[in-house]
Design a protein around this ligand. Sequence first.
Ligand SMILES: [Zn+2]
Length: 315
Amino acid sequence: MPNGSDENSVVPIIAAIEAPYLSDLSERDKPWDKHRKNTDQVSTHYRGSEFNVLADRTSFCSEFLDFRLTPRDEGELRLKLSTARFCRVRHCPVCQWRRSLMWKAKAYKVLPQIVEKYPKHRWLFVTLTVKNCPIVELRATLTWMNESFKRLTKLKDWPAQGWLKSVEVTRGKDGSAHPHFHCLLLVPPSYFSHGYLSQAKWVELWQRCLRIDYQPVMDVQAVKKGAQPMSLIPELLKYCVKESDLVADREWFLELTRQLHKTRAIATGGVLKQYLKELEEEPEDLIGQEETGEVDEGHLYFGWRKNVKKYKLLP
Ligand SMILES: [Zn+2]
């Protein structure tokens, strides 16, 4: 399509739709409504607590979305987020979703470089857990788990040359917390013939590092030979706490906020650090500005409508 020739072509389409909402206009932007609805819920949880300031910040998060229209094949137009103001509150459902998208995009870009540098190496996906703890002990439990993980990486038997670790906390039915680590390990090609660790051996090592008298639950999976670990990225770089757990119980959520304050969600080590270190920090860009030089066919603006729980097209 020649540059700018069809600038107004979407307007009649939009005019034809009764009450045009973002979710009607763009299939791939449907998740916005769900996340933003949960942000309202989180804001309500914060209201009246010592985190009142977070109630305000989250309630104003991504109230307005400015999408650029970019041409696709066959004259079809696609919405591409251009401007939005995010609250950047740690447990804001919208912001943690955006953060995860940015981290994943980064990882998808960098992993092929690592594979190119270590073509014969193998990847393991390891989940390390401990017994559930009371939510008020979450912080202390994570400190202990982190120290134990550090001990694990210093063992003679530790097979990985590089690792990425992300923290996930789920809510137990009884209101307890279940913290666990998801880890991506890069092991040398010789691992499966020399120094291989069975599932039982892994449990033994993790138990020893935790210095506990029970066998902790853990899971180890090897990525197939010659395969890239791309399929593991969504699991590794998702939220720290899933949205349904964030909104389920106000007291649990407020305590979670206290307990996780200034704790780290993602850590990297060994040879993976130089590639993935960026993931340890909050991404500066939550919009996704990677594609430049696209033809701009105009803009559409949407505002969050609390009552209908949808983003509505603004005139
Ligand atoms: Zn936010």
